[in-house]
Write a protein that binds this ligand. Structure first.
Ligand code: DOR
Ligand code: ZN
Length: 477
C-alpha cells in the first residue's frame, strides 16, 4: 500500500481548467497528479498544504521568452530568467534563439541546453533558429532536442538577418515533414528598414519615431505571407506578438482555410497605447511597437473571439542603461515580462474582461496543445505533470521593478496596482515558489520538455514541389 501514499495534497482550493471550476483537493505523487477529488476522499499523504479560498490553476506556459544565455548574461541568465518565471506562476517557458551564439547549430544548442539544465527552476523548450544560412542544420537541431523553430522575418535585438522568402519557404518545407511548430517574428524587414533610414535622415529620433517606422502594414504583410507559405507546405506556424488589429484578418482567413496557425499577443499590447511613448520614453521601445488605442480595442476582440489563441510575454530583458536613451534608435527593444503577466492579466480577469477559464486556456492549455505538451501539461487531471500555480484573487500588490528576479527589470508596468497574484508555483510536484518566495533549492529542477513532446502526425503538402523534390532525392544540390 505504501506506493499509494501521496507526496503532497493541496487541500480545499478551487480547481480551474480551461472549461470548468470546482472545489476539490489535489494529490501529487512522483511529480504527477495522482488524484483530484473531495477533501475527505484524498489518499494518505506525507504533506498537506491548505489552499482554502485560493484557486488552483495549471501553471502558465509562456511560449515566448528571451533568457540571453549564452552571450548576453548581463541582461539575463537561465537562473534569473527562470526564477522570474517561477515567481510569476510560469511552469514552462519556450526560449528564443537570438543569443550569442544564436541557436542555429547543434553545438550552440548544446551550450544552451547545458546552461538551462544546470540552472532552470522551471521546465523549458528551446527554439532553434531558422535562418537562411542554417537550413542544412534544421534536421540536426530537431534530433538534438529543439522543441520548435523561430524565424525572424523582421530583425530585432541581435540583428539576426531576416531570411528572404525563398529561404523561408525552404525552411518550412524541411520542418513540415517533422511537424514541429515554427514561430514567426512577423514584421517585414524591408519596409521598416527603409522607413527608419528616412526618419533618421529627417532628424526624427523621438520615441514615436519608432512607431512611425513600423506601421501595421509591416506586420500584416508578414502574417499573410507566412500563412500562405504554411498553407502551401503544411508547416505548422505560430504568429508571435500580434500587435495590431489589422493582423486579425489574415489570421482569421488562414484559420478558416484550415491552416495550422496559432497566434499570441502580450500584456503590453492589451494594456498600453500610444500614450506610453510620452509617459515612458525609450523604455517603451519594443518590436513590434505598442500601437494606438484602436489596436488595443481590436486585440481584445481577437482575444474574446478566439482569433488570438495565447497570451505570451516576449520577456526581453535589457539593462537599465540599454533601455534608456535620448535617441530612440539607440535604446534596446523589449522589456521584462515573464514575472508580471499573471498579476496583470488576473487583474483584467477581476475587471471582467476575461473569464478565469479563458485565462487558463490562453496561458496554459492552448500553448500546451500548440507545442505538443497536452495533456501532460496545460491541464489539471490525474496523470498530468503536477505543474500548478495557486493564485490569490483577492491579494492586492503593486508591480515593483525593484523586486523582480529578472536582471533587466525595467518594466512599463512599474508601480501599477494589481489584484490577483500567484502565491505558490509547483513544477512537477515541487515547489519552486512558495508563499511568494523563491525556493532557491529548486534551481536546476527544470528540464527540457522534449522528453514528453509529441506533436500530431506531420502534415506536409505539395511534396512534389519542394526544393528537395526538384533537385533529387538527397535534397542536396
Ligand atoms: O522588442 C523585442 N525585443 N522584440 C523581439 O522580438 C525581440 C526582443 C529581444 O530579443 O530583445
Ligand atoms: Zn521576442
Amino acid at each position: 500500500m505504501t506506493n499509494l501514499v501521496a507526496d503532497l495534497v493541496l487541500k480545499g482550493g478551487t480547481i480551474v481548467t480551461d472549461t470548468t471550476q470546482y472545489r476539490a483537493s489535489i494529490a501529487i505523487k512522483d511529480g504527477m497528479i495522482l488524484a483530484i477529488g473531495a477533501d475527505d476522499a484524498m489518499p494518505p499523504t506525507h504533506a498537506i498544504v491548505d489552499v482554502t479560498g485560493k484557486h488552483v490553476l495549471p501553471g502558465a506556459i509562456d511560449a515566448h521568452v528571451h533568457f540571453r544565455e549564452p552571450g548576453y548574461t548581463h541582461k539575463e541568465t537561465w537562473e534569473t530568467g527562470t526564477a522570474s518565471a517561477a515567481m510569476g506562476g510560469v511552469t514552462t517557458v519556450f526560449e528564443m534563439p537570438n543569443t550569442k551564439p544564436p541557436t542555429g547549430t547543434v553545438e550552440a544548442l548544446n551550450i544552451k541546453l547545458e546552461a538551462a539544465e544546470r540552472q532552470a527552476y522551471v521546465d523549458f523548450g528551446i527554439y532553434g533558429l531558422m535562418g537562411e544560412d542554417n537550413l542544412d542544420q534544421l534536421e540536426a537541431l530537431i534530433d538534438g532536442g529543439v522543441a520548435a523553430f523561430k524565424c525572424f522575418m523582421g530583425n530585432t535585438f541581435a540583428n539576426l538577418p531576416s531570411p528572404p522568402t525563398g529561404a523561408i519557404l525552404e525552411g518550412f518545407e524541411i520542418v513540415a515533414k517533422h511537424g514541429l511548430r515554427i514561430a514567426l517574428h512577423a514584421e517585414n524587414a524591408s519596409i521598416m528598414a527603409r522607413r527608419q533610414v528616412k526618419l533618421q535622415a529627417a532628424g526624427r529620433n523621438d520615441p514615436l519615431a519608432h512607431l512611425a517606422a513600423r506601421p501595421p502594414v509591416v506586420a500584416v504583410e508578414a502574417v499573410a505571407r507566412a500563412a500562405i507559405l504554411a498553407e502551401w507546405t503544411g508547416a505548422r506556424i505560430h504568429i508571435l506578438h500580434v500587435s495590431s488589429g489589422d493582423e486579425l484578418r489574415p489570421l482569421r482567413e488562414a484559420k478558416a482555410r484550415g491552416v495550422d496557425i496559432t497566434a499570441e499577443t502580450c500584456p503590453h499590447y492589451l494594456l498600453l497605447d500610444e500614450q506610453a511613448y510620452t509617459d515612458k520614453g525609450s523604455l517603451i521601445r519594443v518590436n513590434p511597437p505598442v500601437r494606438e488605442k484602436t489596436h488595443q480595442d481590436q486585440l481584445w476582440k481577437g482575444v474574446q473571439d478566439g482569433t488570438i489563441d495565447m497570451i505570451a510575454t516576449d520577456h526581453a530583458p535589457h539593462s537599465h542603461a540599454e533601455k534608456h536613451n535620448e535617441d530612440i534608435w539607440c535604446a534596446d527593444c523589449g522589456f521584462t515580462g515573464v514575472e508580471t503577466q499573471m498579476p496583470l492579466m488576473l487583474t483584467q480577469v477581476r475587471n471582467g474582461r476575461l473569464s478565469l477559464n479563458d485565462y487558463v486556456r490562453m496561458t496554459s492549455t492552448a500553448p500546451a496543445r500548440a507545442f505538443g505538451l497536452f495533456p501532460r501539461k496545460g491541464i489539471l487531471i490525474p496523470g498530468a505533470d503536477a505543474d500548478i500555480v495557486v493564485i490569490d484573487l483577492e491579494r492586492e500588490e503593486m508591480v515593483d521593478s525593484g523586486v523582480l528576479q529578472s536582471k533587466g527589470s525595467s518594466t512599463p508596468f512599474d508601480k501599477v496596482a494589481v489584484r490577483g497574484v500567484p502565491i505558490h508555483t509547483l513544477v512537477r510536484g515541487r515547489f519552486v515558489m512558495r508563499e511568494r518566495q523563491l525556493v532557491p533549492d529548486a534551481k536546476g529542477h527544470g528540464t527540457s520538455v522534449r522528453r514528453i513532446q509529441q506533436m500530431p502526425t506531420p502534415a506536409p503538402r505539395n511534396l512534389e514541389h519542394t526544393t528537395a523534390a526538384i533537385i533529387g532525392a538527397s535534397g542536396r544540390p
